[in-house]
Ligand binder design. Structure first.
Ligand SMILES: NC(=O)c1ccc[n+]([C@@H]2O[C@H](COP(=O)([O-])OP(=O)(O)OC[C@H]3O[C@@H](n4cnc5c(N)ncnc54)[C@H](OP(=O)(O)O)[C@@H]3O)[C@@H](O)[C@H]2O)c1
Length: 323
């Protein structure tokens, strides 16, 4: 079978297709014929050799933490009724950029009827994380939610979920075409982060005393500026780093304003939470409350092009590899 491997840390060109032996399911495992695998911004970061403290991996390795496909075979102790079923599967962090993967049967989540395979793959990280963020921040009807970095996979699902929960959503992004598409997806207002007074515009669009919740998908100075839009007693999630680092907020100021600050550690989910939220994300899609926005797809062997597009910031929504 074909896999795409990171041969050494570096630019997108280090993602190289190669032949690998067909995997065999061990006890408690299944082999999945992959239909689609999602590509994450963080995978471009790890490929560059950054984030080793959180992602201690050494090349050569095959990236990819989650796939959707058909169960091809099962190992000892796994019910044969899984064979042929369409499932979402987790690889344990690596191995998903492949024609076939081995995954623990205990972690499989059936994909409901009516949800296309690529749509399901688009939700496996972004919607699961968004649901965890929404649970953590307790986002509900009437909340004023500022989504920073709203053009990305996580940002778009967050806009959709916030609208589905009855919140008022102000989305911050850049690029006229991306802003227009986010508005079409339901944001009450869209703000261009490249205009000098975007924070003032965001405050005006939020109304009242500011945001109840800020979801920061970008980090750095943009995230820190967004912190200023929070109303007293608000909630801030600093889980984003594409700008180069997480947003840093002064704990004393947060305390003075009664703001709860959460971070990337709060969306590190154990297997039980991953399965529960994956099933919930797929159910949200089946019910039409979340409509995955697949901005671009690439054949598996063109994984390098997918990474290059993400790093060139030409992408919108979710990027997938199709097998
Ligand atoms: N997806 C998840 O499940 C998940 C889970 C935990 C944490 N996170 C973190 O959340 C963040 C967003 O993830 P994602 O999966 O949504 O990524 P994504 O789809 O690649 O979106 C990245 C977002 O960041 C913006 N961006 C890219 N490069 C930037 C830069 N140099 N400066 C400022 N903004 C930049 C993009 O907007 P432009 O249109 O302006 O390029 C886009 O809105 C990442 O830090 C990721 O590690 C994600």
């Amino acid at each position: 079978m074909q896999v795409v491997e990171v041969t050494e840390f570096g630019g997108p060109e280090v993602l190289v297709p190669r032949e690998a032996p067909d995997p065999v399911a061990g006890p408690g495992e299944v082999v999945v014929d992959v239909a689609a695998a999602d590509v994450l911004w963080v995978e471009t970061m790890v490929r560059r050799g950054l984030g080793g403290a959180y992602f201690p991996v050494t090349p050569p390795y095959v990236p990819g933490g989650a796939v959707v496909g058909h169960v091809r075979s099962v190992g000892d102790g796994v019910l044969t009724h899984w064979v042929g079923r369409v499932v979402a599967a987790r690889t344990g962090g690596y191995g998903g950029y492949a024609e076939r993967v081995v995954a623990p049967a205990a972690g499989l989540v059936p994909v409901p009827d009516g949800v296309e395979l690529p749509a399901a793959a688009a939700l496996l990280h972004d919607a699961v994380t968004a649901l965890a963020l929404f649970e953590g921040a307790g986002i509900g009807s009437g909340d004023r939610v500022l989504v920073v970095g709203a053009s990305g996979g996580l940002g778009i699902v967050s806009v959709q979920l916030a609208k589905a929960r009855g919140a008022r959503v102000v989305a911050v992004a850049r690029d006229e075409r991306k802003l227009a598409r986010i508005r079409e997806l339901g944001a009450d207002a869209v703000i261009d982060s490249e205009t000098p007074d975007w924070v003032g515009q965001a405050r005006a669009a939020l109304g009242g005393s500011g945001a109840d919740v800020v979801l920061d998908n970008v980090g750095g100075q943009v995230g820190e500026a967004a912190f200023a839009t929070l109303a007293p007693g608000g909630r801030f999630s600093a889980h984003g780093t594409p700008s180069g680092r997480f947003a840093e907020v002064d704990p004393a100021e947060a305390e003075r304003r009664g703001i709860t600050v959460r971070g990337i550690g709060d969306v590190q989910l154990d297997d039980t939470a991953l399965m529960r939220l994956t099933a919930e994300a797929l159910a949200e899609a089946a019910a039409g409350r979340v409509v995955p926005v697949i901005g671009q797809t690439f054949p598996l062997v063109k994984a390098a092009d997918a990474h290059a597009a993400i790093e060139a910031r030409t992408v919108f929504g979710k990027t997938l590899l199709l097998v």
